[in-house]
Design a protein around this ligand. Structure first.
Ligand code: ASP
Length: 333
């Protein structure tokens, strides 16, 4: 029976819990006063130019969501970058298919996968988030939605990417190559993703992730990059994480979600990334010696870290002290 005495006990427990939460909230506000933001970090060396663009928004007190969208549009538009956006290497049948996702500080998210003919998949992903009740649109449906929203249809396959594909067709060997730099004729990219995480002046965290996926992939193949929880995850109370590398292994381990959950348990960003990498290696020690996966993470205080299976992973950092810092990620092998 729920008598008066029990009621008093329950109310006093809930009063002490409220006080506990209030003091925890006060403590975290105090911690956050020492936090490093605004800040933006992103995967690989090409993150430097992307961060600089994002910084234009962040340094003016703008929203992290606007910053990450504007930032990743730089590599999406870069014709020299063959692993993201326009000029991305095609699938094995010659179609350039793009994957992207975006997530905001309230846990809203949107994504497109396997989308053709539209140069800025990140902006379409944002509109999926803001204008539809859905999270992910794929293939022709994503393209149709983009056209309805006023995006232009354009040919994404450039003569250079077409030539690389035709060269590849001569041997037609479906073989993802780790790290990608210098693996293609002329040192061009085989696969790589820009994953970007930003904290704005208000302390809100948002992220974006965009790629053309594995070069010469099977038609219809989708990697981790547009999958919320795999290629990108944000929890505004804890931090954010993103990934690059062989997406299949990231999906199998729900990598970015795992990194954020580990940070919630008290892991530093670097240790959380290391543990996520360790789990991939533990499941497939032999395979993991041949492939690359890298994670990048930031916590609510603006502390960041990265870890990869192989050497060679880099990430770019931009904050009020550094505009174009490139840091090598630590690695297992
Ligand atoms: N993660 C991307 C994918 O699997 C490729 C990469 O980042 O290298 O599609």
């Amino acid at each position: 029976m729920y008598n008066r005495r029990k009621f008093i006990k329950v109310s006093s427990i809930s009063a002490s819990l409220t006080a506990l939460f209030a003091s925890a909230a006060a403590r975290s506000v105090l911690n956050i006063q020492h936090a490093n933001y605004p800040i933006v970090i992103s995967t690989w060396d090409f993150g430097v130019a992307a961060n600089k663009e994002a910084w234009k928004t962040l340094s003016k007190g703008g929203r992290a969501l606007d910053a990450v969208e504007a930032g990743v549009k730089i590599p999406e538009a870069d014709l020299k970058n063959h692993s993201v956006g326009r000029a991305g290497y095609p699938d094995r049948d010659g179609h350039v298919t793009l994957d992207a996702c975006i997530m905001d500080e309230q846990g809203n998210c949107g994504a497109v996968a396997g989308m053709e003919d539209i140069a800025h998949p990140i902006s379409v992903a944002r509109l999926v988030m803001e204008k539809t009740p859905h999270v992910l649109l794929v293939g022709d449906g994503a393209r149709q939605f983009a056209l309805e929203q006023g995006f232009k249809s354009e040919k994404l396959l450039t003569p250079e990417s077409e030539k690389a594909w035709k060269d590849w067709l001569k041997k037609a060997e479906y073989k993802p190559v780790m790290n990608s730099e210098n693996q293609m004729p002329g040192g061009k990219y085989n696969h790589d993703t820009i994953g970007m995480l930003a904290i704005d002046a208000k302390g809100n965290i948002c992220g974006a992730c965009t790629t053309s996926g594995m070069a010469f992939k099977l038609r219809g193949r989708v990697g981790d990059s547009p999958i919320i929880g795999a290629g990108l995850y944000i929890d505004n109370e804890v931090g954010g994480a993103t990934s690059t590398g062989v997406g299949e292994e990231v999906i199998r381990n729900v990598g970015s979600f795992l990194v954020v959950e580990l940070m919630r348990q008290g892991y530093s960003p670097q240790d959380a990334c290391k543990e996520a990498v360790r789990r991939i290696i533990k499941k497939k020690p032999e395979a993991a010696k041949k492939i690359q996966v890298g994670f990048l993470a930031i916590n609510k205080k603006g502390q960041y870290g990265a870890y990869a299976i192989q050497k060679g992973f880099t990430f770019a950092v931009c904050d009020s002290k550094n505009q174009d810092l490139v840091i090598p990620g630590k690695s297992f092998y």
